[in-house]
Design a protein. Sequence first.
Length: 129
Amino acid sequence: MRKITLLQQPTGSNLCGQYCVAMLADVTPAEAIKSIGKRGRTSTRDLVRGLRKLGYACADQAERIGRAETVPSFGIIKLTIDRGPGARPQCGRHWILVYNGVSYDPAGRAWDSYIGDGWKATSYLPIEI
């Protein structure tokens, strides 16, 4: 089992997906951005493209996390929050890397701070090591 180095995205940026890929692949954020092909908000498809360019095998799409299911011990987890009527949907999404049961958040928050703040894990991208 290898060690993951936590990388923190710049405050206020929308680079959480790129930073998750960088942490997992042990590359610089610039290399992850290049492999994904864009800066800013990322979709599952963007993460898949970036991971595959860096030599990782992963699912084509994220798997849903049901209400009774626990968060998997490995993958890139999508968190969402309901910000109410009229809110932009992109404002309430965030990616976190979970490796061997440990969460690595590019925003630097503790996992339980999201749950206590109304966020929920909705899906995850399975990745093969």
